[in-house]
Design a protein around this ligand. Structure first.
Ligand SMILES: *Cc1c(COP(=O)(O)O)cnc(C)c1O
Length: 468
């Protein structure tokens, strides 16, 4: 069992939070159509919806906000932003944008044709939606160990290069303009990718002349896992490891709301000059002039500083320590989780916890609603609600690999006692878990339905309903 993670900071500014009454919570969640994205944040006590843009800024970032240069073109913060990213990510051209999904939108608009395949270790939801929106077909190649119950393999975020090569053989290279590697692998438990796996993927890309693109939202967390668990890296600094990792990619897309330790921001970074030129044209149409790309000067500064802070050893030890500690508390309380834990969240296996609710009635959503009801805790379903439905291009029925609930930990925000409280709420739910019911969707948009759909509790036993 891991040790209580002691915060490597003290608190200088506070933000009050409060737990509203159970009756109030019941009313709020019903009004939200049982969709936690529709709740007002003020009605939530501990918000583990996402680690995206929700973290605390450091005193250096706060101070730097006052140095924001809001010039339309060539502001001073842009040069700091560009220089920092060129260094950490080893790329020649940097294009700022206001968040990761815009990087995806612009990048895929340029590189994808209708009917192209995009392999990935596992697509994150906005990446999947952006690929599909440009007429591409997302295909996931998670490694074998991910499905091996009881395996403590530390790099379950790896991509399955063998399966991938078979796929390339079958499909033909002309249909695969790029391969994306998501590190850490968010939708597969936030688990890391090993350096050996990255090198193997690089060779595969070289062999077939395919572009290698990183979805680098959590590159620093990934580098930390390599230092901790991959032989040969124990004496390298996290920064050196990040350099080496990033050097393998032809292009990087990043949401700086994660390891950029900022509330907003993102970028594309590429080596190819012609590609950079095309991206820049579209960037100007969609986001703005290429020295701000939809961001304030002060935001560019925050990201530049945040990217450097994310590679700090004390910060990463505490951060990853928080996740594994919460994971241990939940396991002690009898919750099945993805184990070992990854970099930014604990993923509870709601499919296993609630076998009486079939995937089509969203066991993950049932647990998410109950966490709010019982303790004002907000997590998010990562299962058939997020990834199910019908592919609007192919008409194929989509299913999720697992029915998970993600408890994402915002960076530098919650203390060990907050996390203990979350584990206590979860323990209460486990005691009465047979009473939890399934959900069905009332109305739903085509893309990213989990953000806006409304639902209702399925009356009676979901098992009976599923078979009727
Ligand atoms: C958050 C995230 C994105 C999208 O970034 P946004 O800033 O939310 O638009 C893409 N990929 C991964 C792996 C992410 O975690």
């Amino acid at each position: 069992m891991s040790k209580r993670p002691i915060e490597p900071f003290r608190i200088k500014v506070t933000e009050p939070i409060s737990l509203i009454e159970p009756k109030e919570r019941e009313k709020r969640i019903a009004e939200a159509g049982y969709n936690i994205f529709q709740l007002a944040a003020k009605d939530i006590f501990i918000d583990l919806l996402t680690d995206s843009g929700t973290g605390a800024l450091s005193q250096n970032q706060m101070a730097a906000l006052m140095t924001g240069d809001e010039s339309y073109a060539g502001g001073r913060n842009w040069y700091h932003f560009e220089e920092t990213i060129k260094d950490i990510f080893q790329k020649k051209h940097v294009l700022p944008c206001h968040q990761g999904r815009v990087a995806e939108n612009i990048f895929f608009s340029i590189v994808l044709k209708q009917g192209d395949y995009v392999p990935n270790n596992t697509h994150f939801d906005t990446t999947r939606a952006n690929v599909m929106h440009k007429g591409g077909i997302p295909v996931d190649f998670p490694c074998k160990q991910l499905k091996e119950e009881g395996s403590e393999f530390p790099f379950k975020g790896n991509i399955d290069c063998e399966k991938l090569e078979e796929f390339i053989g079958k499909t033909g290279v002309s249909k695969i303009p790029l391969i994306v590697l998501t590190s850490t692998n968010n939708s597969a438990g936030g688990l890391p990718v090993s350096m050996a796996n990255i090198a193997e993927l690089r060779s595969l890309c070289d062999k077939y002349g395919i572009m290698l693109v990183y979805d680098a939202a959590r590159f620093a967390e990934n580098a930390y896992f390599i230092k901790k668990h991959e032989p040969g890296y124990e004496n390298s600094s996290v920064k050196e490891i990040a350099h080496k990792m990033n050097g393998y990619a032809d292009a990087v897309l990043m949401s700086a709301k994660k390891d950029g330790l900022s509330n907003m921001g993102g970028f594309m970074a590429v080596n190819d000059e012609a590609l950079a030129g095309k991206l820049k044209e579209l960037l100007i149409i969609i986001e703005g002039f290429p020295t701000y790309g939809g961001l304030n000067g002060r935001d560019l500064e925050s990201v530049a500083i945040g990217l450097k802070e994310s590679l700090n050893d004390d910060y990463l030890t505490h951060r990853i320590g928080q996740i594994s500690w919460l994971g241990d508390l939940l396991r002690q309380a009898g919750l099945p989780i993805i184990y070992p834990t990854g970099g930014h969240a604990v993923f509870i296996d709601a499919g296993k916890l609630l076998p009486h609710i079939k995937p089509e009635f969203f066991p993950g959503q049932s647990l998410v609603v109950e966490l709010y009801r019982q303790g004002g805790v907000r997590g998010v379903e990562i299962g058939s609600l997020m990834f199910g439905g019908v592919d609007p291009n192919t008409g194929q029925k989509l299913t999720a690999l697992k029915e998970l609930v993600r408890l994402a930990i915002p960076r530098r925000m919650y203390t060990a006692s907050h996390l203990e409280y979350v584990a206590e709420v979860a323990a209460e739910i486990v005691k009465d878990k047979e009473k939890l019911k399934g959900y069905e969707i009332l109305d739903s948009p085509t893309y990213l339905r989990h953000f806006t759909c409304t639902m209702r509790e399925v009356a009676g036993s979901p098992v009976k309903l599923a078979s009727s």
